[in-house]
Design a protein around this ligand. Structure first.
Ligand code: NAP
Length: 252
């Protein structure tokens, strides 16, 4: 049971590690309550929630895969138990192993698009139903995690992922304009090379360090640096910012 303290409630998909976990911790420190979503690693999500509680937040975890309807139903049932929902950080995302386009198969593409595109759109749909003044909500904010790959294309690595992030960018622009008069702001962040475990899941554990020389700032970014931008877009300081896509990529 969430005590009604007036702290706005945030749902962070993929909040168990990396950028999502950094968003949860910073949000807790800045006065938000948290619903920390994870897919597989319950212990990691619980550790993030415990950190948030230590910072004074109400924080629950909710298991659910953003690429299936059961997972989305579980997440939004938890939202409805704790609500009202102020913000959605549409963060959960995956890469596949490095491959050329002529090596892709259908199963790979279906997974990449199910999680990185359809999952994000489905979560936004459920969030809009609860936030929009058109549906009796009080408004809210959505922040989508895109990638600088959307404009670079990620040739030779994961063009499918880059194309999925291009879809996230276009979805951000369209949804922002669709709900602009309904109290909802919708923006995206395009991280560059950020030092998280996502690179190991693509078979390149040292990718962030190895690619540092191609970044104008000559270093990978941190999850905290991306989280700061997400927190800005959630905040009242961004009250006139919607349909924006912010590069957080060290100049790349
Ligand atoms: P990460 O360290 O691999 O963490 C991914 C998180 O997403 C984990 O908490 C994971 O949970 C969760 N997740 C994955 N698939 C999920 C699903 N289907 N349903 C629910 N949760 C799921 O990744 P990250 O680097 O923090 O990336 C976060 C976001 O930033 C992604 O959208 C990514 O595309 C984007 N991004 C990252 C970089 C970068 O260089 N790191 C650059 C550009 C964009 P479990 O562990 O429980 O599976």
């Amino acid at each position: 049971m969430r005590v009604m303290t007036g702290r706005p409630l945030l749902l962070v998909t993929g909040g168990s590690r990396g950028i999502g976990a950094a968003v949860c911790r910073k949000a807790a420190a800045q006065g938000y309550d948290l619903l920390v979503n994870n897919r597989s690693d319950k212990q990691a999500a619980e550790a993030v929630a415990a950190d948030c509680r230590a910072l004074g937040a109400h924080a629950d975890i909710v298991q659910g895969d953003t690429s299936d309807e059961e997972g989305i139903a579980a997440m939004f049932a938890a939202v409805d138990r704790l609500g009202p929902l102020f913000g959605l950080v549409n963060n959960a995302g995956v890469v596949d192993v490095t491959a050329r386009v002529d090596e892709f198969d259908r199963a790979r593409l279906e997974r990449i698009f199910a999680i990185n595109v359809i999952g994000k759109i489905r979560c936004a749909t459920e969030a809009v139903k609860r936030m929009s003044t058109k549906h009796g909500g009080a408004g809210g904010v959505i922040v989508n995690l895109s990638s600088i790959a959307a404009v670079l294309g990620a040739p030779g690595q994961y063009v499918d992922y880059a194309a999925a992030k291009g879809a996230v960018d276009t979805f951000t622009l369209g949804l922002a304009r669709e709900v602009a008069t309904e109290g909802i702001r919708v923006n995206a962040v395009r991280p560059g090379i950020i030092d998280t475990e996502i690179h190991a899941s693509g078979g390149l554990p040292n990718r962030a360090r190895d690619l540092a020389p191609i970044v104008p700032m000559q270093r990978p970014g941190t999850a905290d640096e991306v989280a700061d931008s997400v927190l800005y877009l959630l905040s009242p300081q961004a009250s006139y910012v919607t349909g924006a896509i912010l590069n957080v990529s060290g100049g790349r």
